[in-house]
Design a protein around this ligand. Structure first.
Ligand code: SF4
Length: 463
């Protein structure tokens, strides 16, 4: 049976090597973020400014959308507002049919993952090739991205080497340079032969109609300038008012996402190729996607739309590190996904995701926009509980018993003493617990209760 809840998926996805790979990569990214932020003294002010800009843009989104659409059209581009995934997909496939497109190259874009664009275009007989190395690996392995900026964070180079040997026919090599070179050779002719290039949009600049994409591989530049048609798909919230505001976003995005001062390729494109220009597409189409965003914007979780998809909150999240991105079932995993997914797509299917959090607050600390993710998770949890008609049956008596014990010093000491006795009897680790608690020990051990409470230790040592 297909797993339908976070818990079921997380059990199914449990794989020690994946957890090790994700743990290593997220810790490295977090260390890089902290180092890059420390090396840039204005970082904290930039975060404040970035938050102001994003919240201001969301508060005035309809005006900025109108301005952006007008600017794109004045620069010679076409704009299409898609209410949902079906409309966006239909627009792109119809455009491809009208223009006789056969092959399409695509740069990494979460919004196209969200709408299942590849699948739709392939169902229309079109060849679509991912040009971001990570997304390319995802595509040829038939996998799904595990992280919003590092799609194959869960794989190591040995797995990629085996895959490339099998699919690309190269001699087995786990040397990253050789693997990169093989992907590059394979993709180069695809870029040159593609009729249409599809990209996401990191930021749209409202007053100029400029589309910004950031990559480290240069693939977005080739995707958007080599084919004769460029289609940019943008979530309707991904705007900034002007170029000055864009610079603030770029300052915080790369440092938070990859620990770089700036991504290697930052592309700013305004309109299609002009009459006197050599490079660029003949046609530019910008598809602005709603797909639940208007509903989210009108809700108490609107702040989540301020996200700039840097991935920092995933890297610090203890749940993401242990469960991995696939356990969320959504293209948006981790803390951002646990709020954004139900906010966009509803609680009937996704109402359990906000519970996949320890509410430790590390996500809020890491977020360059200082989005209050823990509070939004609580909002989403409350919404889920309302929809399921109230709290879990065990919660009320459980919390009442806890309140009774925790507010009575004698009972509390007795409770801790009982835990100590239990800890002595069981050893350092509990390997099998009964009832619901068995969910924990079915996949990992639990430290046994301390044999001595802090309270009694303090009594012994404070002198
Ligand atoms: S919520 Fe914040 S930290 Fe998480 S991806 Fe979005 S901008 Fe980055």
């Amino acid at each position: 049976m297909t797993p339908v809840t976070f818990r079921e998926r997380s059990v199914e996805e449990l794989d020690t090597q994946k957890v090790v790979n994700i743990g290593k990569a997220t810790r490295r990214k977090t260390a890089d973020r902290i180092k890059a932020s420390a090396a840039y003294p204005p970082m904290e002010q930039m975060r404040d400014r970035a938050r102001e800009i994003r919240l201001h843009t969301l508060a005035n989104l309809s005006e900025y959308l109108e301005q952006f659409a007008g600017s794109v059209e004045r620069a010679g581009g076409h704009v299409y507002f898609a209410a949902d995934a079906a409309e966006a997909n239909h627009y792109v496939s119809q455009l491809a049919a009208d223009r006789g497109v056969r092959s399409i190259v695509k740069s990494k874009s979460m919004v196209t993952e969200e709408i299942g664009l590849n699948h739709h275009l392939e169902s229309k007989g079109l060849d679509v090739v991912e040009s971001d190395l990570g997304e390319f690996i995802v595509q040829i392995s038939g996998d799904r991205p595990v992280h919003i900026i590092s799609p194959v964070m869960h794989m190591d180079r040995y797995e990629v080497a085996e895959l490339f040997a099998e699919v690309l026919g190269m001699e087995y090599s786990d040397d990253p340079v050789a693997l990169n070179a093989a992907a590059r050779r394979h993709l180069r002719s695809i870029f040159l032969g593609a009729d249409m290039g599809i990209s996401g949009v990191n930021f749209g600049v409202a007053d100029t109609g400029t589309i910004t994409t950031v990559t480290n591989e240069g693939n977005a530049r080739l995707t958007t300038t080599t084919p004769r048609i460029h289609v940019a798909i943008m979530g309707m919230e991904r705007l900034v008012p002007n170029a000055g505001d864009l610079m603030v976003m770029l300052e915080v995005l790369a440092r938070s996402g990859t620990g770089q001062a700036l991504t290697v390729y930052t592309n700013l494109m305004t309109g299609p190729r002009a009459f006197d220009e050599q490079d660029g597409p003949d046609e530019l189409h910008v598809v602005i996607l709603d797909n639940g965003r208007s509903k989210a914007l009108a809700s108490s979780s609107a702040e989540i739309l301020a996200c700039i998809r840097c991935g920092a909150c995933l890297n610090v999240c203890p749940v993401f590190r242990e469960a991995g991105g696939h356990a969320y079932g959504s293209v948006y995993p981790g803390p951002i996904g646990a709020v954004l997914t139900p906010a966009l797509f509803g609680h009937d299917e996704w109402g359990d995701l906000p519970f996949a959090s320890s509410l430790c607050g590390a996500c809020k600390d890491a977020c360059p926009i200082r989005i209050d993710i823990p509070s939004l998770l609580l909002e989403q949890r409350a919404e889920s509980m309302n929809r399921r008609g109230g709290e879990f049956a065990w919660l009320k008596p459980g919390m009442a018993a806890y309140r009774r014990i925790a507010t009575n010093p004698t009972l509390w000491r007795g409770f801790l003493a009982a835990g100590g006795v239990f800890g002595k009897a069981t050893g350092d680790w509990l390997t099998k617990l009964p009832f619901q608690a068995g969910n924990w020990t079915s996949t990992r051990d639990l430290p046994a209760p301390a044999t001595q409470s802090f309270h009694s230790w303090w009594k012994e040592h404070r002198g």
